[in-house]
Design a protein around this ligand. Structure first.
Ligand code: PLP
Length: 356
């Protein structure tokens, strides 16, 4: 979901953006008009997240999945890296990194069906690892790593796609973080990479294409080739919307309030159950089922499907769980208003009565 004020402004500016007489999609990416849009987006993001001076902000293409390859191509100079596998996105990232070098899985919750975050205390960081990788919010399973591990001096690389801008974050704790914009910041097609100076190398893995090198984009300030102009423009409007709301601390407060309403209902429901260990639950993605989550034989896919269909019919959309795990998932991203969660909970109460 995108904020309605952002969509309205984009609609109003469709034929004449910033007095240019044209839409962003028609501008030259080297024009003064677009440069102003790019500069403002970067400055606003830096302000919102408190990004230190020694970090670059890159607006790239290819989505989160392209970062699964770009990270090892640029950083795996010893051909070794440590991966924390807490769900399908980090598992995919680890598999991709294996194309380039040795991947040590230093913690995993796969045996628990990714219903929790693995223990990250005293992580066995490998002496030759080029970096330690994690996915901080596993979108499909609804878990969040709430305490970053001690990486024993190794750069921490984090996929924050589905929690980007949902709460304040100390950027200085990371070597690199990235987010596909389409979960919480804008449309599909733009990926934000925030990378510390010293991780931008000339001597990346041999045969790394020019377009896949962070240095290419850092040197050209995201204008090496035509950037995803429309996506950057919408992200820029979302950044301004966040600033007006009071920034990321205010956003976290709103998100905590929404999630508390939903979790409180789930915890007291006799029909619906959350699937994630309490201390690891995400503020953004909340998977749930009608059966007993802990006992596979007690799951009830028929009732789940009935719920999803009836919810759709009253305008509660996109509640089906990811195809790989089934059940339901409520994604309470930044732009979802509190009132929408109230509606959902009221609908679930009604469904529970009718199907008790
Ligand atoms: C959606 C998602 C991805 C994949 O992003 P694409 O832009 O579709 O490649 C990667 N990581 C996380 C955490 C995601 O939620």
């Amino acid at each position: 979901m995108l904020p309605e004020p952002v969509l309205k402004r984009a609609a109003a500016e469709m034929l004449n953006c910033g007095g240019s007489g044209m839409s962003v999609m028609e501008m030259s990416h080297r024009s003064k008009d677009f440069e102003a849009i790019l500069d403002a987006a970067e400055a606003d993001l830096r302000g919102l997240m408190g990004i230190p001076e020694n970090y670059h902000v890159l607006f790239l293409q290819g989505g989160g999945c392209t970062q699964f390859a770009m990270v090892p191509m640029n950083l795996m100079r010893n051909r070794a890296a440590d991966y924390i596998v807490s769900g399908q996105w980090s598992k995919k990232a680890a598999a991709e990194a294996r194309l380039f070098g040795r991947v040590n899985v230093v913690a995993s919750s796969e045996e628990q069906n990714f219903s929790c975050v693995p223990s990250l205390s005293s992580l066995p960081v490998s002496p030759d690892a080029d970096y330690v990788y994690l996915c901080q919010n596993e979108t499909i399973h609804g878990t969040t790593i709430k305490h970053l591990p001690d990486t024993k001096g190794k750069p921490l690389v984090a996929d924050v796609s589905s929690m980007f801008l949902s709460e304040p974050m100390d950027v200085s704790k990371y070597g690199l973080l990235f987010a596909g914009a389409q979960k919480n910041a804008g449309p599909a097609g733009v990926t934000v990479v925030i990378i510390r100076d010293d991780l931008i190398h000339d001597d990346v893995l041999s045969s790394t294409p020019t377009m896949m090198q962070y240095k290419t984009h850092a040197d050209a300030r995201s204008l090496y080739n035509t950037p995803p102009c429309w996506g950057i423009y919408i992200c820029g409007l979302v950044f301004k919307w966040l600033k007006e709301l009071g920034g990321l601390a205010a956003m976290r407060e709103r998100n905590e309030k929404k999630a508390a309403l939903f979790y409180n209902f789930l915890d007291n429901s006799k029909l619906f159950h959350g699937t994630v260990r309490k201390e690891d639950r995400s503020l953004m993605n909340i998977p749930f089922v009608t059966g007993e989550a802990a006992r596979r034989e007690r799951l009830n896919p028929t009732l789940d499907a009935k719920f999803v269909a009836e919810a759709e019919a009253v305008g509660l959309r996109n509640l089906k769980g990811h195809r790989s795990v089934g059940g339901m998932r409520a994604s309470l991203y930044n732009a979802v208003p509190y009132e929408a969660v109230e509606k959902l909970v009221a609908f679930m109460e009604k469904f529970e009565k009718e199907n008790a």
